[in-house]
Design a protein around this ligand. Structure first.
Ligand SMILES: *[C@@H]1O[C@H](CO)[C@@H](O)[C@H](O)[C@H]1NC(C)=O
Ligand SMILES: *[C@@H]1O[C@H](CO)[C@@H](O)[C@H](O)[C@H]1NC(C)=O
Ligand SMILES: *[C@@H]1O[C@H](CO)[C@@H](O)[C@H](O)[C@H]1NC(C)=O
Ligand SMILES: *[C@@H]1O[C@H](CO)[C@@H](O)[C@H](O)[C@H]1NC(C)=O
Ligand SMILES: *[C@@H]1O[C@H](CO)[C@@H](O)[C@H](O)[C@H]1NC(C)=O
Ligand SMILES: *[C@@H]1O[C@H](CO)[C@@H](O)[C@H](O)[C@H]1NC(C)=O
Length: 325
């Protein structure tokens, strides 16, 4: 009743005739001042939603650049269109671009676009992996992967192919995880085989990544970084390839420590043995003043040769020499 009352009054106020209202999209409600713009925001919503779905789908690990570039291009192309709706008007004769972006306190579509552009695409540094040659007005933007991204992928695939060679197909088969309590010796052999046989491929991949990573002003997008991160974790933590090498290193370390300990023990006993002899000799030296001949016979009985005596004498500490003089 209220509605019936208001529609005619609205029609009067708006100076638009009924046939024009009828030709508007049916999603328009007659109350909607922005009715003619509605279909554009609906289409915009679709392209935004596609991009959101893709980004969330590829969020663990974040790999938006290499998987969602087409959605991003579509979204950006349509965003461009919504910003250039200068020939379509709302009922109060504003352009639909004005209506979408400026008319209201909040513009959800604009905020979502900003988030998709700066929080997702730019924050992932996608430009480092995919260069898009924009041609927004005719929907002919073209993506190109950067050379370093292609090279990284080639090395990654070489390593993966090598790994696949030593598994029964399923790389992440629980059997390939050394921590698994049900591991048979055969399985264990396979997973250590991966470490040995694919080490050169892994090192190549890592070396290439590291070269780019440490070059100033040259960057990878987050996709590549996370891929490398996860590859390292797979290598180090799941197959424990680094640890295997560490274990060998540890064993070597233990052997060195043990050998050193043995040597020190031997030296200690040797030193205390000689030291013991030295103390005896100090006594001998005092006695020498009175009876050199008796000393010699005692020395011989203590098992120390003349040569030993001379050596110790020369290298002995200063005080005994003073005492001797
Ligand atoms: C979502 O991700 C999976 C792989 O993680 C992929 O197979 C699927 O095609 C993706 N779906 C969309 C809509 O991107
Ligand atoms: C651009 O063209 C592609 C097909 O080439 C189409 O799928 C896409 O929807 C178009 N995007 C826009 C915003 O019109
Ligand atoms: C809407 O504005 C344009 C110029 O901005 C003008 O030419 C046109 O007459 C206006 N239409 C109405 C219905 O006010
Ligand atoms: C896989 O193994 C076969 C035979 O051992 C070898 O000829 C081939 O080069 C390997 N492929 C890779 C990618 O390591
Ligand atoms: C171990 O590797 C061989 C090939 O080298 C493969 O046939 C076998 O299925 C692998 N075993 C497991 C548990 O992956
Ligand atoms: C890679 O891993 C390290 C530590 O695990 C983390 O701090 C870093 O943020 C990760 N990088 C990316 C791009 O995910």
């Amino acid at each position: 009743m209220l509605r019936h009352f208001l529609i005619p009054s609205f029609l009067i106020l708006s100076s638009f005739s009924t046939p024009e209202l009828d030709s508007a999209p049916f999603t328009d409600d007659p109350w909607d001042l922005d009715g003619p713009c509605q279909k554009y925001v609906e289409k915009f919503a679709y392209y935004q939603a596609e991009m959101v779905a893709c980004a969330t789908n590829w969020s663990i690990p974040p790999k938006v650049c290499t998987n969602c570039y087409q959605n991003y291009i579509n979204f950006k192309t349509y965003e461009f269109e919504t910003k250039n709706l200068n020939n379509v008007f709302s009922l109060d004769n504003r352009t639909c671009s004005q209506v979408i972006y400026d008319n209201y306190l909040l513009s959800y579509s604009s905020d979502i676009s900003t988030a998709l552009t700066s929080k997702i695409w730019e924050k992932s540094r996608c430009d480092s992996c995919v260069t898009i040659t924009w041609s927004l007005h005719d929907n002919k933007s073209a993506p190109t992967f950067t050379d370093r991204t292609i090279q990284f992928q080639q090395r990654l695939y070489e390593w993966r192919n090598c790994v696949v060679n030593y598994t029964s197909g399923d790389v992440l088969d629980p059997k390939m995880v050394p921590n698994d309590p049900f591991l048979t010796p055969e399985d264990l052999k396979n997973s250590s085989k991966i470490c040995n046989e694919c080490k050169s491929e892994f090192d190549e991949l890592y070396k290439f990544y590291w070269k780019i990573y440490t070059t100033p002003d040259v960057d990878f997008c987050v996709d590549v970084e996370t891929t490398m991160n996860d590859t390292i974790h797979l290598w180090d933590d799941v197959w424990q390839c680094a640890e295997r090498q560490d274990r060998n290193r540890d064993l070597f370390g233990i052997m060195v420590t043990f050998a050193t300990l043995m040597l020190l023990t031997a030296l200690f006993y040797a030193a205390s043995y000689i030291q013991g002899g030295g103390q005896q000799r100090n006594l001998v030296r005092y006695s020498r003043l009175s009876d050199p001949r008796g000393q010699r016979s005692r020395l011989l009985s203590s098992g120390i040769s003349d040569a030993d005596l001379v050596h110790r004498f020369v290298s002995s500490t200063v005080p005994p020499i003073h005492q001797m003089r």
